[in-house]
Design a binder for this molecule. Structure first.
Ligand SMILES: Cc1cc2nc3c(=O)[nH]c(=O)nc-3n(C[C@H](O)[C@H](O)[C@H](O)COP(=O)(O)OP(=O)(O)OC[C@H]3O[C@@H](n4cnc5c(N)ncnc54)[C@H](O)[C@@H]3O)c2cc1C
Length: 434
């Protein structure tokens, strides 16, 4: 299809999810004094606020934009249970890796518990996920990790040989893969709305359009200067993930914001829609330049995502690249147009692990490395528990949160090179597989 024709007449450069659950404003100015000020109103910030308010702490969430304008209502809605941590665990002793995997695995249970307890209607289903192997060598590598994933992360995973691939995905683009049963999917913006309502009901106060611009003081008596007045707080939680800015320079040096993109197709003919991912699972793959896909909750559209570019770009510019990726995996979709394209920032870390802890007296939970629905819900809660008296913020409170010399928080100088190296690696894998 000609690039110009991929855009439907109703095309919008905003998330498909916002049709049903747009970002929310909370216009009241923030209070002058609270026990805890939470900076950032995505899953991490709202989950922290919910737990803090339930624990009796006077809590205010300060969100620079509207609630839902960060990654938390821009993502694909694939809910993980610890299966994605591989790269971060590579250099760790087995025992340490086991503890992290176990805790990450529990994040799935936590999301399910929160959805049930707070009665959040967000189309959650524990569907399982196909992690497709781009080449046979990746399939072999996946096979080696199977036991560990099942024993340590209770992934309930099984191999999917190429001969059976079509049972799960209407595509011959892969060399089999792995089915990770202990994973789910949800409508990410409805989940955000549900968390927000629960935090509010528990007593937290929420403030959109309230950017925290400076933090003075130390633990026990912080003062935050915001675009809507000053707020005094005993404790502060930084939950800004891929949008971490100059407010917290030390943390900004430790996260690498990377743009991630998604498109939604127009409603597809029922037979085609039903055939693409016939068992209702979600799809990711083993490429370095990751691709992921799922059907919309009504089963009529394909949502296809990936790192079309590593740096921020207008969704309209990234959309043709993603449409091309989608047509490679599902050639039967090449003549269907897209109604939505959007992008958001995820936060990578130099050790590929999420982190929670305290830096300069500020509590933080950051660095989901692209998979944050369950992880950031959990880390938000863990940080809240630490403030409420727990000994630590759990296993992801690590001895160090690494950075690199000369890195100040702007990765746009080196990300294009990383992107090219990843693409080259994927290309080389395909050449070797021939
Ligand atoms: C396209 C895309 C697809 C993804 N797909 C998946 C997926 O399928 N599964 C999955 O698990 N994860 C996925 N993710 C990742 C997931 O969305 C994130 O990990 C998660 O939403 C992070 O939540 P958070 O609360 O930490 O950060 P965010 O939701 O990004 O919230 C951070 C907030 O901090 C605010 N902020 C920043 N600075 C300030 C300040 N100074 N003052 C006040 N507020 C401030 C920002 O405005 C922002 O709203 C995806 C992400 C993207 C972008």
């Amino acid at each position: 299809m000609n690039y110009r024709n991929i855009f439907h007449d109703d095309f919008r450069p905003t998330p498909y999810w916002w049709e049903k659950a747009p970002p929310l404003t909370r216009e009241a100015p923030p209070p002058e004094e609270v026990d805890v000020a939470v900076v950032g109103g995505g899953y991490a910030g709202l989950s922290a606020a919910l737990q803090l308010a339930k624990g009796g702490a006077l809590t205010a969430v300060l969100e620079a934009r509207d609630f839902g304008n960060g990654a938390s209502s821009r993502n694909a809605g694939l809910v993980s249970g610890g299966n994605y941590l591989g790269k971060g665990l590579k250099d760790l002793p087995d025992e340490e890796a086991a503890v992290l995997l176990h805790e990450a695995s529990g994040a799935l249970d936590l999301v399910e518990e929160v959805i049930a307890t707070e009665r959040i209607e967000c189309h959650y289903e524990r569907t399982g996920r196909v992690v497709a192997a781009a080449v046979p060598a990746h399939y072999a590598a996946q096979k080696k990790t199977l036991d560990r994933l099942n024993h340590l992360a209770d992934a309930q995973a099984a191999m999917l040989p190429r001969e059976r691939q079509r049972v799960e995905i209407a595509s011959d683009a892969y060399s089999g893969g792995m089915i990770v049963n202990r994973t789910g999917k949800l409508h990410p913006a409805l989940y955000l709305h549900g968390l927000l309502a629960a935090a509010e009901k528990a007593g937290a106060s929420l403030h959109s359009g309230t950017e925290a611009q400076a933090i003075d003081g130390s633990r026990g008596r912080f003062e935050l200067r915001t675009t809507r007045g000053r707020v005094r707080a005993r404790e502060v939680v930084i939950a800004t993930n891929g949008y971490t800015g100059t407010l917290t320079p030390a943390l900004r040096r430790r996260v690498i914001p990377v743009a991630s993109y998604l498109i939604a197709t127009e409603p597809l003919p029922e037979d085609i829609a039903a055939s693409l991912l016939p068992t209702g699972r979600t799809l990711t793959d083993s490429r370095r330049v990751l691709r992921f896909a799922r059907m919309s909750p009504d089963g009529r559209r394909m949502l296809f995502g990936g790192r079309a570019r590593f740096t921020p770009q207008a969704p309209e510019a990234a959309a043709p690249v993603l449409h091309g990726f989608m047509s490679e995996v599902f050639p039967q979709l090449q003549n269907y147009r897209i109604t939505h394209a959007w992008c958001g920032n995820v936060a990578f870390t130099f050790d590929f692990l999420p982190h929670a802890g305290v830096c300069d007296g500020l509590h933080y939970c950051l660095g989901c490395n692209g998979s944050g629905i369950s992880m950031m819900t959990m880390l938000g809660r863990n940080v809240a528990n630490r403030i409420l008296g727990a000994e630590s913020a759990g296993a992801f409170e690590r001895p160090s949160f690494p950075t690199r010399p000369l890195y100040s928080g702007n990765p746009n100088l080196f990300l294009p090179f990383v992107g090219s190296a990843y693409k080259f690696g994927d290309w080389l894998d395909r050449i070797r597989a021939r």
